[in-house]
Design a protein around this ligand. Structure first.
Ligand code: ATR
Length: 275
């Protein structure tokens, strides 16, 4: 079987081995996918060791996505735009870096939640790594507008500048705002802040949500996230990042194996009631 792994620290809670084992079984691919706990100061050495024992590819999670970006000798356009790498391909002595997080988010919204992004008003909350990774894939859907709001406005402005330089902007209106400057409702609100980790919700006005809005928290948990609870109270539909996790894995699997796995059975495995 071909060898793959996910690098992270900590890594024991990772769902990736289960997801990829299910993909491999479903598609009949001979793959062995393990967790790989890299020391905080030893990511590059861990990757090198993994290549030496015959590793064909790897996923990268917290806190190594920036180091993986630096380590890669070649980058996909979306990884270059994201400034981070979550998928590595080891091929012909070369380390190639890609980023499937943003496309995973977009596919979960458009395919699984059946919510088009094309022509819609999109609000991205946050301007850190997670938001940056979502930028190009969101723009590729050609929304009517993209608003980036962040606690630190200057970081939102930087992302807006980056978005405006991309070839994807077409006639999409792109702007940066503070929480206080937000007004009017949005069709899609993506929470890419790490506020949920501290059980906090950014101070966003309830008026950004309507009954037809989809609030999407990139985080996921066994219970509704704080952000999604708030969005639900404001009347919006909600979805969390489990689907994004599964879809980013499916895209990585496709890159490595050339076969696109079905993601619905994996979703049903983790969320048997909701499907
Ligand atoms: P990640 O890789 O998860 O995106 P990051 O790059 O550190 O992590 O970015 C964290 C994002 O969450 C930033 O947009 C941050 O806002 P600032 O740019 O102002 O720091 C945002 N964030 C973190 N904690 C927050 C909180 N309690 N309330 C609102 N925004 C928060």
């Amino acid at each position: 079987a071909d060898l793959y792994c996910v690098f992270g620290n900590p890594i024991h809670h990772s769902k990736s081995p289960v997801i990829h084992a299910m993909f491999a079984k479903q598609t009949g691919q001979a793959m062995d996918y393990q967790t790989n706990l890299a020391p905080l100061d030893g990511f590059a050495a861990s990757v090198q060791q993994f290549i030496e024992i015959g590793g064909k590819g790897a996923n990268v999670t917290v806190p190594f996505k920036l180091e993986a970006f630096a380590l890669a000798q070649k980058l996909s356009a979306r990884a270059a735009m994201a400034g981070a790498v979550n998928t590595l391909i080891f091929s012909a002595g070369e380390i190639i870096g890609d980023n499937t997080d943003g496309i995973g988010l977009v596919r979960d919204i458009t395919h699984n939640a059946s919510k088009p992004i094309h022509g819609r008003r999109v609000l991205l909350l946050g301007a850190g790594g997670a938001a940056r990774g979502a930028l190009l894939p969101l723009l590729e859907e050609r929304p009517a507008s993209l608003t980036i709001a962040n606690r630190t406005l200057s970081k939102a402005v930087e992302l807006v500048e980056m978005a405006k330089k991309s070839a994807m902007r077409s006639d999409c209106e792109i702007e940066a705002k503070t929480w206080e400057q937000l007004d009017g409702s949005f069709d899609l609100i993506v929470n890419a802040t790490s506020a949920s980790l501290q059980s906090e919700v950014p101070p966003i006005p309830s008026s950004i949500f309507s009954a037809s809005s989809l609030a999407y928290d990139m985080m996921y948990a066994d219970t509704q996230t704080r952000f999604n609870l708030y969005a639900q109270q404001c009347g919006a539909q909600t979805r969390d990042g489990l689907g994004m996790l599964i879809e980013q894995a499916a895209e990585a699997f496709f890159i490595w194996r050339g076969v696109r796995p079905e993601t619905a059975p994996i979703f049903a495995h983790f969320r048997p009631v909701e499907g």
